[in-house]
Design a protein around this ligand. Structure first.
Ligand SMILES: [Zn+2]
Length: 186
C-alpha cells in the first residue's frame, strides 16, 4: 500500500499538475505559509508549515494536494517529537526488509506499520522510541537472533536467577560453616 502511494507521488512529481476542476495543466505552484489546527479541545494545537499551493489560472482556483497533506503530517510529527512516516520507512528499508518481514522480526503489527509509514496514524511515544532503537546498529540482529520466543532475553533472566541462587547458596554455605564451627567449638 505504501509502495503504491510512493509510486503515485513520483508520478505526481513527474507529470504536470492537473487542475481538479477543469483537468487542465496550466497549474502553477507557489510556496505559502499555511497554518492549521490539529486535535480538539484542550489538546488542540495550531501548527504552521510551508506548503506548495497550486493555482489553475483559467479557473482562477487555488488548491492544496497530497504534498501539502504530507507536509502537514510531518509538522504534526515534529510537534509531538516523533519520527515522520518517511523516517520510519527509511529505518525499515535500511534493514532491507519488507513490511511483513519487519513486522515479524520486531513484533510490531504490519497494519500499524503500514498506517505509520503512510501517515494515516501516528505512533505512540513508546513505539516511536522502539523504532528509534531499531535504527541503531546491532539492535535488529539482536532481535532477529532472539526469534519470536525471545530466546536472547531468557538467558539474561537466567543470569539474574543464577546470581540470586548463588547468593542463597552462599548464605546456606555460610550457615553450614557457622554450624560446623559451633559444632567443632562445642
Ligand atoms: Zn482549472
Amino acid at each position: 500500500m505504501g509502495s503504491q502511494r510512493s509510486t503515485t507521488r513520483i508520478q505526481a512529481a513527474q507529470k504536470k499538475h492537473e487542475c481538479p476542476l477543469c483537468g487542465g495543466h496550466r497549474v502553477t505552484t507557489s510556496m505559502h505559509r499555511h497554518t492549521f489546527s490539529y486535535g480538539s479541545g484542550e489538546s488542540a494545537v495550531e501548527l504552521t508549515v510551508d506548503v506548495p499551493v497550486r493555482r489553475c489560472e483559467p479557473c482562477n482556483f487555488d488548491y492544496l494536494d497530497e504534498v501539502a497533506e504530507d507536509a502537514e503530517h510531518e509538522a504534526i510529527c515534529q510537534h509531538f517529537g516523533v519520527l515522520p512516516p518517511g523516517e520510519i520507512r527509511r529505518i525499515r528499508e535500511g534493514h532491507r526488509m519488507t513490511r511483513a518481514r519487519f513486522a515479524e522480526v520486531t513484533g510490531l503489527g504490519e497494519a500499524s506499520l503500514n498506517r505509520w509509514e503512510n501517515g494515516l496514524t501516528i505512533q505512540t511515544q513508546a513505539y516511536d522510541k522502539y523504532l528509534r532503537l531499531l535504527a541503531l546498529p546491532g539492535i535488529m540482529q539482536l532481535i532477529e537472533k532472539s526469534g519470536t520466543g525471545g530466546a536472547s532475553l531468557r538467558p539474561l533472566s537466567n543470569v539474574g536467577e543464577k546470581r540470586f541462587q548463588t547468593l542463597e547458596v552462599t548464605e546456606d554455605v555460610r550457615r553450614a560453616q557457622q554450624n560446623f564451627q559451633l559444632r567443632s567449638a562445642a
